[in-house]
Design a protein around this ligand. Structure first.
Ligand code: PLP
Length: 414
């Protein structure tokens, strides 16, 4: 095959086959994940501290999902591709109690196969090929694949600075908008934040929405970590600071993080924009959630007493894991940024770099990967504006594996 040949594929098929839309750290993770750490059989095994997955809650979630009787045979058949009405009604009640603070009707909720699928479809409907979407950085690395792969949008980073704890202000937004060389259609804001684990205040949320409205652009609030809060500050949803969302504000959530159920592939958008929901409905057939998954999750979230107990345990376990890992990092001389939510912590590795460049960051990341057999998310993948910060996810692996990984990193960089 010549350099410009697509083989027997279309140009876009060849592009996907030759350049999978995944970051380097994910590709390295896939290669290594067959030889994971085990206390007895593989103590030097691979420790994945790069995946934002919560595996701390399975002992509660799995028995709850298995508790119910057999599902009705209707779950075997076709139903609304944006989720069965019964499930969306259960979600409406759950979301109200859990974090939205008010009840959206089931028609304003669309369910798809995970937050990534929701975002992909949502932005396909919000912006045209070549349009720009603002994303404050550091950010979740997957947004680039979600928005740029099929919809062919263009993410314009809104770089925040370590000087003020990476807080987003309207000055940052003004600068990014002014510098964007294409029409900006939307802003994608993650709260609680990935990778920082920070929570935006109600005032910050209001300012962001007012700014977006003044510029007539959509704001998608990715609230996928809404319940994964362990600090003192309460989480405030955009739904709680606005009497209505209007046509420009949309909320995304999923079971992936807060219920540690990323493999069940179930996410949703809440929106009051009827035409947007109609467009998402038009695409939903290609990203629908299994009827069986909807049925078991629906029964779980309708069990208020169980959910209340679960939320208490989630907070307690995340807080304990965060405290253990940050204490181990501090002991190893690795500073971390303060976090109050999420399943990750940002480590400041600048002092271990020969110079403050992206090459030096990559060298440290590679050494950690190849010599310590530990994968953490390099700041470059999170599009952070300053080299030397890396995200460490502490809830995907057993805490002993996490602490062993930290000890190996400490030995290496120390
Ligand atoms: C902020 C954010 N949004 C979306 C996703 C994608 O979630 P899902 O697995 O539900 O597609 C992630 C996963 O890490 C995330 O951190």
């Amino acid at each position: 095959m010549g350099p410009n040949s697509t083989g027997n594929l279309s140009r876009r098929g060849a592009q996907l086959a030759d350049h999978p839309p995944a970051s380097e750290y994910i590709l390295e993770h896939i290669v290594r994940s067959g030889a994971c750490w085990h206390p007895d059989s593989n103590p030097d095994g691979y420790v994945a501290l790069c995946i934002a997955e919560n595996n701390l809650m399975g002992d509660l979630v799995v028995p709850r999902l298995a508790r119910d009787p057999l599902p009705p045979s209707r779950v075997l058949g076709y139903d609304a591709m944006i989720g069965a009405e019964e499930f969306r009604t259960q979600l409406a009640a759950f979301l109200e109690r859990a974090f939205l603070g008010r009840r959206f009707p089931p028609e304003q909720i669309a369910v798809l196969a995970g937050a990534g699928t929701v975002l992909e479809n949502l932005f396909y409907a919000l912006a045209d090929r070549g349009d720009a979407v603002l994303v404050p950085t550091p950010s979740y690395a997957g947004f680039w694949a979600d928005l740029e792969t099929r919809a062919e949008l263009h993410i314009v980073p809104v770089p925040c600075s370590s000087d003020d704890g990476f807080r987003l202000t309207t000055k940052h937004l003004d600068a990014a908008l002014a510098g964007a060389e294409r029409p900006v259609k939307a802003l994608l804001f993650t709260n609680p934040d990935n990778p920082l684990g920070k929570i935006a205040t109600a005032d910050e949320i209001r300012r962001i929405v007012d700014w977006a409205e003044a510029h007539d652009i959509h704001v998608v609030f990715d609230e996928i970590y809404a319940l994964s809060v362990f600090g003192e500050a309460p989480f405030t949803s955009v739904a709680a600071v606005r009497p209505d969302l209007g046509d420009h504000v949309h909320i995304v959530w999923a079971f992936s993080k807060d219920f540690g159920a990323s493999g069940l592939r179930c996410g949703l958008v809440v929106s009051e924009n009827e035409r947007l929901l109609a467009a998402v409905n038009g695409l939903a057939y290609w990203g629908a959630v299994s009827g069986h998954t909807q049925w078991i999750l629906g029964r779980m979230i309708a069990d208020d007493a169980w959910v209340d107990h679960y939320r208490g345990e989630l907070r307690r376990r995340l807080g304990a894991a965060h405290a253990k890992v940050t204490a181990a990092l501090a002991k190893a001389g690795i500073p971390t940024l303060p976090a109050e939510a999420g399943i990750f912590v940002v480590c400041d590795l600048r002092r271990f770099m020969a110079e403050q460049t992206w090459d030096a960051e990559n060298t440290v990341w590679r050494r950690i990967l190849e010599q310590a057999n530990v994968n953490i998310t390099p700041g470059a993948a999170c599009r952070i504006s300053e080299p030397g910060f890396m995200r460490l996810c502490y809830a995907a692996e057993p805490i002993d594996a996490v602490l062993d990984g930290v000890a190996r990193v400490a030995r290496l960089v120390g």
